[in-house]
Design a protein around this ligand. Structure first.
Ligand SMILES: CC(C)(COP(=O)(O)OP(=O)(O)OC[C@H]1O[C@@H](n2cnc3c(N)ncnc32)[C@H](O)[C@@H]1OP(=O)(O)O)[C@@H](O)C(=O)NCCC(=O)NCCS
Length: 153
């Protein structure tokens, strides 16, 4: 069980001024990161883009689409020094609350089979596997499958 975050965290909508920080974190924590343009496009598209701050330091973020009763979590990230302290769980629960409040009845997401940390978190929250998307992700060895997970809200 992660320690409950003992430092106060806050959530707010991502804005264009956050893009440099968000992109820098993204490059740090993923082998195949989103580009700055991917985040900029998400803001332009009107996706629900949220940042998590701890004492005014941006420590995590998420990107969620909401349409027709479905939510799709496209990105959920905690900066490396802050991982393993319960912040990822809190950020995910914040997104679930947001999706419910906007009328979504299901949350979908893709995860790499090799991402044991994220899979453990999603399993713990109650996500279940719906299907496997073959060769969905780039990988050093070619392509990696994605597990499509779903949570009834
Ligand atoms: C995945 C991620 C969002 C989880 O956030 P986090 O703050 O590190 O995780 P938490 O401390 O909230 O832990 C939540 C659960 O994750 C799992 N977990 C966390 N750290 C773990 C570790 N080192 N090993 C195994 N499981 C781990 C556990 O199930 C944990 O629950 P528990 O503490 O009750 O056992 C974060 O590690 C991250 O951003 N990783 C890199 C980007 C990424 O993979 N994003 C998800 C893409 S689908």
């Amino acid at each position: 069980m992660s320690a409950v975050p003992h430092t106060a965290t806050a959530y707010r909508a991502m804005c264009s001024e956050d893009l440099d920080t968000v992109s820098a974190i993204e490059q740090r924590i993923y082998a195949f990161p989103w580009t700055r343009g991917n985040f900029a496009d998400s803001l332009i598209a009107g996706y629900a883009c949220t940042v998590m701050e701890c004492e005014a330091v941006l420590i995590g973020y998420g990107v969620l689409t909401l349409a027709a009763g479905e939510s799709h979590l496209l990105n959920l990230s905690i900066d490396s020094p802050w991982q393993g302290r319960g912040h990822g769980r809190a950020l995910l629960l914040n997104h679930i609350d947001l999706a419910r409040a906007r009328g979504a009845r299901i949350m979908l997401l893709e995860v790499r089979p090799s991402n044991t940390v994220a899979r453990s978190l999603y399993r713990d929250i109650g996500f279940e596997q719906i299907t496997v998307r073959r060769g969905y992700y780039p990988d050093t060895a070619g392509r990696e499958d994605a597990l499509l997970l779903g949570l009834a809200l």
